[in-house]
Design a protein around this ligand. Structure first.
Ligand code: CU
Length: 170
């Protein structure tokens, strides 16, 4: 009888430990995966500035706001969040304070639209180079990714025919 009680206690302890481990795993994965970078790339550059384009997916039930993009100081002076606005027939880029990614939304940063602007490049971005970026969100979540430098032509997908606007190399 005593052995049986011990056995039940042992099982109960196992279940409790495993459910705690499970809970810890879930909270960790939610923390690290609430915003996913689906794709990211940067164009090779010739001028003093560059741009990073990506797709961010918010898999959480809450809206998230991108408040800052950081790039290593050996790559450029600093990074800014930019968008494009229409001024008459001309599209101009402008810095913006933050970018909201709604719950379940995939937000595309692409030429002629949202982008992460790299200001004061220390050296031209060359094809095949990887640029490490850090994205900071309003809930203090941080997402890091290495961004490949490549030509737009290699990334054009079916139905993705947004023409390239010269906004960031000038
Ligand atoms: Cu820009």
């Amino acid at each position: 009888m005593k052995i049986r009680v011990c056995f039940y206690l042992f099982i109960a302890a196992l279940v409790s430990v495993s459910s705690r481990v499970e809970a810890a795993e879930i909270s960790t994965s939610q923390k690290t995966q609430s915003i996913q970078i689906l794709s990211a790339w940067a164009r090779p550059t010739t001028g003093p500035s560059g741009a990073i384009y990506l797709e961010l997916h918010n898999s959480t039930e809450k809206d998230r706001t991108l408040i800052e993009a950081k790039v290593c100081g050996t790559i450029c002076d600093h990074a800014e969040l930019h968008t494009h606005i229409h001024e008459g027939d001309i599209k101009r880029m402008r810095p913006i304070k933050d970018i909201v990614i709604k719950s379940g939304e995939t937000k595309s940063f692409q030429p002629g639209g949202l982008h992460i602007m790299l200001m004061g490049l220390k050296a031209p971005l060359r094809e095949g180079q990887k640029v490490p970026i850090t994205l900071v969100f309003d809930n203090e979540e941080v997402v890091q990714q290495e961004v490949m430098v490549q030509q737009l032509a290699s990334l054009i997908r079916k139905g993705d025919n947004e023409p390239l606007k010269s906004c960031c190399d000038s």
